[in-house]
Design a protein. Sequence first.
Lengths: 406, 238
Amino acid sequence: MIATLLGQAWHAMGANKMRTFLTMLGMVIGVAAVVLMTAIGQGAQLAVADSISSMGANLFIVLSGSTTSSGVRAGGGNAPTLTVADADAIAELPGVAAVAPLHPGSGQVVYGSNNWNTSIYGITPAYLEVRSWSLAEGVPISDSDVRSATRVCLLGRTVVQNLFGNEDPVGKTLRIRSSPFVVIGVLAAKGQSLDGRDQDDTILVPLTTAQRQLFGVSFQGSVRLINVQAESPEAMDGVERDMTALLRQRHRIRENQDNDFFIRNLTAVADSAAETTRVMSLLLGAIASVSLLVGGIGIMNIMLVSVTERTREIGIRMAIGAREQDILLQFLLEAIIISVVGCCIGLALGVGGALLANILTKTAVVISGSSVLVAFGVAAAVGIFFGFYPARKAARLDPIEALRYQ
Amino acid sequence: MPSSVIAVRGLKKSYSTPAGDFPALKGVDLDIDAGEFVAIMGPSGSGKSTFMNLLGCLDRPSAGEYILDGRPVSAMDKDDLARVRGRLIGFVFQGFNLLPRFSLEDNVALPLVYANVERETRRARAREMLDKVGLGRYAASMPNRISGGQQQRVAIARALVNRPRLILADEPTGNLDTQTSEEILALFETLHREGITIVLVTHEPDIAAHAQRLVRFRDGLIVHDGGHVPEDHAEPAR
């Protein structure tokens, strides 16, 4: 019976190919839009999640305070208020996973006939762990390098490209601010940070080397900033509170005085970026859903026209024994076929479009099985929902009236 | 007692109009036995169409009783009525009413779809019926490829396919020329000889003359029920 009805529905749709095609097109565009927009939205969320994890999870940056000379304030990180000893003290706090004091600067780097200006970070071995940064080749900076202030360095990918080209830099000697340094490793590519900085345009050297030989410090052991990683997102509030109290105490700051350091919570920045993309992907989905709804209304419209046009046919069918439910099923089936077939084509187009966008524009896309399933389910539901009213209208026709209809 | 296919007692039907209830049938009694060939005549508005709709189970009476093949139709719900239409009654309409996009065979087989008959049986029965009305070789044709008379023969084949107890024909020759009408009536007479009960509505006395029995309606009542057509009551063809 169902097979026969399917055949008849197919027949009826084939009788008006152009109309069936246009009705289906509404569903096709709706579903394709939902799939494509969801893929792009989820892709954007994934990209943000990636760049957040590349920054390091649960991260604080403690900056030294600003200096004021002749009324000109120099901004955070300029006053020599933080020390390696501060970092060691923070490491003792509960909830702190790792601490990496950092002494940044910049300078001209020369290798052979090439030179390049880049940022140079003096680090301790914990830094790579805190930033979840791995080495592409070579060995990391060790504690003994830091203790004896050796002239070794790790190069970021961009620096390698600009100084060495295709040459393997490990084991070579380059000059940083005229001092010779041996390259002991190359960092894995990390890409852009959330604010668009090239994180690979960096050279890492031992902290002590940076302090004593490259940039100099106001006093022994002073650092410009400290990376602090908390054990978990939940621990972050406590760590921030304890850290503030600890540093105020260590720096002997009185009750009514301002801090001589700044604490930045990088996760808060990341969260707001993630929230932005989440809202964007919701918005995309919502707009796409509207087109799906419009497609559904198109189906309803055409089914209503079809019922009116075929009133006489309905009358004949009733006269030769069709029950209300037979007529209902017949028209409902047509609506469902249109929406399901339209949905399949739309899925193919949406997935194809997403892959094409990925290839052409390098936009990150995520095609998840769940979003495809949801699109399919919604399309089928739209077909049933918008097909039901016209089908019921057909089934409720009075056979006498229907037979008399011209 | 001869088996009565149709037994109607005090059948009434009124339609509500803005001007109040309009009685289309005012109490009709009629028995039609198995194998009879009955013609129903009457002017427009006489109630004969209403009566045919009730006989065909397309409508339910306001009052009175209708027993079709021993079953009280008046008490049935919509689904039962649909089942009765499909299995006990075969309709033949003035306008043929074939489905335009279906082949003749599919048209003839359609009642069997609603009667849940298997596909192969449907095909075989439809072929058999088309052969019976002399159109077997056109089984795969579309309705618009054949003449009006042939279409009406297909419609008769469709009416017969479920082996109904009763054929209801509503002006079956109204759209046909005289010669084709004669052919269709010859077909009805053949069916009549095979023992099928036929009720035929017509305006034309010479069509009605083919029937054994004439029932004449006027103003919602039967005014004549007899074996032949009285010439003095013959009305002009429309």
